[in-house]
Design a protein around this ligand. Structure first.
Ligand code: FES
Ligand code: FES
Length: 153
């Protein structure tokens, strides 16, 4: 077992975990944070994206104990924030959500862009969101929502 002393969505968790437990499984199975989704399991789709110290990571390939000493945010942790309300409004008004499976991952990646100062042109947004895949929308609507959320450069 290895130690994991981590702040997750504002609450400190000081636990012993198996060294092979993925952050994704810890969040869902131990903490019941089921807003983070799994699809590819190989760091391609971005549906499992959470923020670790403000940076987006694929929790499907990130070991839980690697978050020791870090601050982790999931979609549940930002639900009451102004950023979340703005993101929700933009995704809805641009019809950038269909099944919604990918949406938490996109929102967390966009939060990291905003926290980094925001502002991005379409090429930058496409690059920043290239690790998030959507099977439903065709991306145009997501890019329009993303531009509204981060602000045009
Ligand atoms: S499930 Fe983690 S990147 Fe696809
Ligand atoms: S809205 Fe269905 S996968 Fe993106």
């Amino acid at each position: 077992m290895v130690r994991m002393d981590t702040v997750i969505n504002g609450t400190r968790f000081d636990r012993e975990v198996e060294p092979n437990v993925l952050l994704f499984d810890f969040l869902r199975d131990e903490l019941g944070l089921t807003g983070t989704n799994r699809s590819c399991d190989v760091q391609v789709c971005g549906s499992c994206t959470v923020l670790v110290d403000g940076l987006p990571v694929s929790s499907c390939t990130f070991l839980a104990y690697e978050a020791d000493g870090s601050v982790v945010e999931t979609i549940e942790g930002i639900r009451d924030s102004d950023f979340y309300k703005r993101a929700e409004s933009a995704f809805v008004s641009h019809a950038a959500v269909q099944c919604g499976f990918c949406t938490p991952g996109f929102v967390m990646t966009l939060k990291s862009i905003v926290e980094d100062g925001g502002g991005a042109d379409e090429a930058q947004l496409r690059r920043s969101l290239s690790g998030n895949l959507c099977r439903c929308t065709g991306y145009r609507s997501i890019l329009d929502a993303a531009a509204e959320i981060v602000g045009e450069q």
